[in-house]
Ligand binder design. Structure first.
Ligand SMILES: Cc1cc2nc3c(=O)[nH]c(=O)nc-3n(C[C@H](O)[C@H](O)[C@H](O)COP(=O)(O)O)c2cc1C
Length: 158
């Protein structure tokens, strides 16, 4: 047990800058849904695999942990509105967001990269589960990434 506040821990975790992604999927009820994440990381090149972490308190937890397929959309710095919308509790609908759907999943338009995934396994750890997935397809696009740092969305400035 740490003798420091949750706020300090959050502040420390938040010093690590990340990109921002949206997981998109079709729910068991046939709804097109998405959730904003920043815990994505590449895991393995051969075989190609990725991982990300899902909060156990998410209303979408049962739905997502049982998904066989989903897409990871890397958001561009012009998609703060998408990140914001898909991080709102009780509102994970993709209805108002421009998407393309095919047999490999739902892709949000104008992202800078997409990875279609199939479930490998999940590992229960702490207050999250680690979701490990196989890469079944991928593509990239022009643009700059949306960055999350110190609890705020940022752009790369060089
Ligand atoms: C920048 C950002 C990154 C996030 N990263 C994650 C994440 O990696 N994993 C996760 O489970 N939730 C993450 N969230 C929280 C979800 O997007 C969302 O706010 C939360 O799931 C809402 O609650 P609900 O799932 O019960 O609707 C993140 C939110 C933001 C704004």
């Amino acid at each position: 047990m740490l003798d420091k506040s949750d706020k300090e821990l959050r502040g420390t975790f938040g010093k690590f800058a990340t990109g921002v992604a949206a997981i998109t999927f079709v729910s068991s009820k046939g709804l097109k849904l998405g959730i904003t994440i920043n815990s994505y990381t590449s895991l393995s090149l051969n075989p190609p695999m990725i991982l990300w972490c899902l909060d156990k308190v998410s209303d979408l937890y049962q739905e997502i942990i049982n998904l066989d397929n989903y897409v990871i959309n890397f958001l561009s710095d012009s998609q703060k509105d998408v990140a914001h919308l898909l991080s709102q509790k009780n509102d994970h609908s993709l209805e108002s967001i421009d998407c393309i759907q095919d047999e490999k999943g739902i892709k949000i338009k104008n992202c800078i990269g997409w990875i279609s995934c199939s479930k490998d396994k999940s590992i229960d750890s702490g207050d999250h589960s680690i979701l490990i997935a196989n890469v079944i397809d991928y593509s990239i696009n022009k643009g700059n990434p949306l960055i999350f740092w110190e609890s705020s969305y940022r752009s790369i400035s060089e």
